[in-house]
Design a protein around this ligand. Structure first.
Ligand SMILES: NC(=O)c1ccc[n+]([C@@H]2O[C@H](COP(=O)([O-])OP(=O)(O)OC[C@H]3O[C@@H](n4cnc5c(N)ncnc54)[C@H](O)[C@@H]3O)[C@@H](O)[C@H]2O)c1
Length: 462
């Protein structure tokens, strides 16, 4: 009986007893353990093993942002919202005007919804200034670069920053995939260079991956971790590797999604299974939101770097049709302008079927359980490598990345906590089963040494 009913229908004391029992039962559920885990994990992200709490920090009173595109604009808004002045630099006035217009539009939509007051809006816009010249940036305490994702462009920008920025300024890059150590080496002060990997939309998403280069100083690291709190981000430190923590894991998840289509699923079936598990959205809706062309560009690079790595070609076929996702109104699904509903498209389903036939695959019915396990355990196995390589310093950091950046259900506690709850022995058994599937990638499913070791010892990640 519900405790309020017990208290009103019977004696008050009986109601209290029911309440106490209900509370005790709830406290023992995996959901309760997961939420307590996140509470503690979020607070633990700022504890970096070799950076003591009393590490000296720099003062950040002004920020410069290079590039006023999708990310630059959103990044700037974070600082304006916190009352920190921002100066944006672009190569052309038109690009600056476009960037400023987008920021205005964003704030005006908040004004209309009553989420922002006029005086706050005016204050924030007054903190924003622009320039076309590096020579006007030198005084900023922190500069964040968000220009095109090309190493040559980053090189030109960082050489300029090294020339103009005052001593002690922090030089940050928002790169998603490039080697931060290479970027740092374009300057004479690699100790001042750090990655600040914001997620899109940068003014909304809570997660910030702080990328620690081989030479990034502890002072710089401590400063940006404190600054992250000021702009209301949850920051997790990642070492340097391709994709850092979050995107390196998501690549494996995406690969499994592709195999599932080849073996007999529709995008809708995969997405629904993940959403039923609790994800904010499944992998194909997420691809449509992020832009399928981004994954395509990464895969093209992989085909050259790792020609032996197994990939489903279905997502490439989709991109060849220009179905890049929500931004063009069509991807794995169709979209109506102004709405986010994903409408299944018969041509896409037919395209998947044709490709399957061309590969000579007889489709099979795949259970939701298998879909969820393959996708979630692919995250877990890659994460175990990440942990072992020291890219993440603790398992709970990885959970936070997934909860705050990738829509992983909080009541499951993140991929590592979820694996702990399932039992690492069971996770490894499942991986060995998946490795038997000739249409999957047996090499990938070889459990990471750390995972195998913990499972054998009956231990957990967290
Ligand atoms: N879009 C995302 O989802 C996302 C997420 C995280 C990180 N990133 C990273 O952020 C960076 C920017 O991505 P974006 O999506 O905002 O790109 P974008 O194309 O929207 O914006 C890039 C902007 O940089 C400007 N620019 C290019 N070269 C420049 C230069 N030399 N000097 C000054 N300005 C220059 C361009 O005019 C453009 O306005 C990339 O490194 C990208 O990998 C993107």
């Amino acid at each position: 009986m519900a405790s309020n009913r017990a208290a009103t229908k019977g004696k008050f004391a009986d109601g209290l007893a029911v309440e106490r029992e209900t509370f005790a039962n709830l406290m023992l559920t995996p959901e309760s353990r997961a939420l307590q885990h996140i509470f503690l994990a979020e607070r633990a992200t700022s504890k970096i093993p070799d950076v003591p709490a009393d590490t000296a920090q720099r003062t950040i009173k002004s920020v410069a942002v290079i590039g006023a595109g999708t990310m630059g604009g959103g990044i700037a808004m974070n600082f304006l919202n916190a009352g920190i002045p921002v100066r944006m630099l672009e190569m052309k006035q038109e690009a600056l005007d476009r960037g400023i217009a987008t920021i205005r539009k964003n704030y005006e939509s908040q004004l209309k919804k009553g989420k922002l007051k006029q005086d706050k809006y005016d204050q924030r816009m007054a903190l924003l200034s622009t320039t076309l010249s590096y020579d006007e940036l030198g005084d900023a305490d922190l500069v964040i670069e968000a220009v095109f994702e090309e190493i040559g462009v980053k090189e030109a920008v960082f050489k300029e920053l090294d020339r103009v920025m005052k001593p002690g300024a922090i030089l940050a890059s928002n790169t998603s995939t490039l080697d931060l150590n290479r970027i740092a080496a374009f300057t004479q002060r690699p100790e001042d260079v750090v990655g600040l990997h914001f997620f899109s939309p940068a003014n909304v998403m809570k997660l910030l991956e702080v990328v620690r280069g081989a030479k990034t100083s502890k002072e710089v690291l401590a400063t940006v971790m404190t600054l992250a709190k000021k702009i209301k981000k949850t920051a997790v430190v990642s070492g340097v590797c391709d994709g850092f923590i979050g995107n390196r894991m998501i690549e494996q998840y995406g690969r499994q999604g592709g195999f599932l289509l080849d073996e007999g699923c529709t995008p809708e079936q995969v997405d629904k299974a993940l959403e039923k598990f609790g994800f904010a959205m499944g992998p194909f809706r997420m691809g449509d939101l992020a832009g399928n062309d981004i994954g395509w560009a990464i895969r093209k690079r992989r085909y050259q770097q790792h020609p032996d790595m197994k990939y489903s070609k279905t997502a490439d076929l989709l991109c060849e049709k220009g179905r890049f996702g929500q931004k063009v109104g069509k991807g794995w699904y169709d979209y109506v302008e102004g709405k986010r509903d994903a409408i299944p498209n018969a041509e896409v389903v037919a395209m998947i079927e044709e490709h399957r036939k061309a590969l000579g695959i007889t489709p099979r019915k795949i259970s939701d359980e298998e879909i969820v396990q393959r996708l979630v355990f692919s995250l877990v196995n890659e994460a175990a490598h990440i942990l072992e390589e020291g890219i993440a310093s603790k398992a709970s950091d990885i959970d936070i990345v997934y909860i705050f950046g990738y829509g992983f259900p909080p009541f499951r506690g993140g991929p590592m906590k979820y694996a702990d709850e399932v039992g690492l022995f069971n996770v490894v058994q499942a991986m060995r089963r998946f490795a038997q599937n000739p249409l999957d990638d047996a090499t990938f499913w070889e459990p990471a040494p750390l995972l195998a070791k913990l499972a054998a010892a009956g231990k957990t990640f967290n």
